[in-house]
Write a new protein. Structure first.
Length: 338
């Protein structure tokens, strides 16, 4: 049986549960290789099974590594689980409430993060796919020729997504951010139908064989912008240098945050230092003030400090870090774009 399923079964036994219910698309894909297009119920137990939509049966049978059965109704599924001796059921914390109420009268239920625990540590194959997604994204970014591009933010974003797909991505890993001028002070700015202003901030990523990449670069033009860029770059570099197994994620956040605070911009760094990624663009753990997860080899987490000056501009620099004995930057795109 799959190593991840074996590990989850051990967690279930330790906590006195007999099965684990997953419905999140990427969780089902992670366990089985099958990514639902409609809905699916993945039940991890001694004999795991997926109840798939009739629309997905052909796809599920061709891609799933575990048994697949066509979903008929909640009543039939619950009846079959009971017949299999299931009395206690762990659920993923993100299970929709409307689904939870269908099961709560028939099983002892509690939310468990077993699947998140498995997804935190990437296999060499997963890291290779993230690296390939990063390679595609960075190659595509360099095709933009930003400094000589007369297009609007929307047009640049469109071109970047097109290049990523032409270079082998299945799609972008999130809505591409191309923002400039005063709107760059919005961390999740939406590209507008306006010509590029100064500075220019681009946050983008590609998906390759299901796995995401994530980078941010900011191009600055004035002395004031360069001053802020230099502070963010220092926080970025020192945080990456500090990463090693055994430290807590919050300690890395503190390294980046302390640099920015020392220059007097602590209140302008308004998000966490980074997040894990994989099949989803945001996974567990993250480099945040409240995340005391211990860093382990095999984790992949972004480092993306930023300073946002409302009404003026913002600067963010982001790379994805693979953790072995230290933090290793995935990709080779320089911070300074000539």
């Amino acid at each position: 049986m799959d190593l991840h399923i074996d590990n989850i079964l051990k967690d279930l036994k330790k906590d006195d549960f007999q099965a684990y219910l997953l419905t999140g698309f990427t969780n089902v894909e992670y366990i089985s290789g099958y990514k639902p297009t409609s809905f699916a119920f993945c039940v991890i137990k001694d004999n795991p099974i997926i109840y798939a939509s009739g629309m997905d049966m052909e796809l599920a049978k061709n891609t799933s590594s575990i048994e697949v059965k066509e979903y008929e109704s909640y009543d039939i599924m619950i009846k079959e689980l009971k017949e299999d001796g299931i009395k206690s059921l762990a659920i993923e914390p993100t299970l929709p409430f409307s689904t939870f109420v269908r099961f709560r009268d028939d099983f002892k239920i509690d939310a468990k993060t077993y699947i998140d625990k498995q997804r935190m540590i990437k296999t060499p194959d997963e890291i290779e796919k993230i690296a390939k997604a990063t390679e595609i994204a960075q190659k595509s970014f360099l095709q933009l020729d930003i400094l000589n591009n007369p297009n609007t933010e929307k047009e640049v974003a469109f071109d970047l997504v097109r290049y990523m797909i032409e270079n082998g991505a299945s799609k972008e890993s999130f809505d591409t951010i191309v923002t400039s001028g005063a709107s760059s002070s919005l961390p999740h700015a939406i590209p507008e139908a306006k010509k590029l202003d100064q500075p220019i901030l681009i946050d983008w990523g590609a998906i390759f064989e299901g796995y995401c990449s994530d980078n941010t670069r900011t191009m600055v033009y004035t002395e004031r912008q360069q001053e802020i860029w230099d502070i963010v770059a220092e926080a970025h570099d020192k945080a990456i240098k500090a990463i090693k197994p055994g430290l807590k994620c919050c300690e890395i956040d503190k390294v980046a945050r302390d640099v920015i605070s020392e220059y007097g911009y602590g209140d302008k760094f308004i998000h966490s230092t980074g997040h894990s990624l994989g099949l989803d663009i945001h996974e567990t753990p993250g480099f945040s003030l409240r995340d005391d997860t211990v860093i382990e080899e095999g984790m992949v987490i972004t480092v993306e400090p930023g300073i946002y000056l409302e009404g003026e501009f913002g600067v963010r620099l982001e790379d994805t870090i693979e953790i072995s004995r230290k933090g290793n930057v995935i990709g080779d795109l320089p911070l300074v774009i000539d």
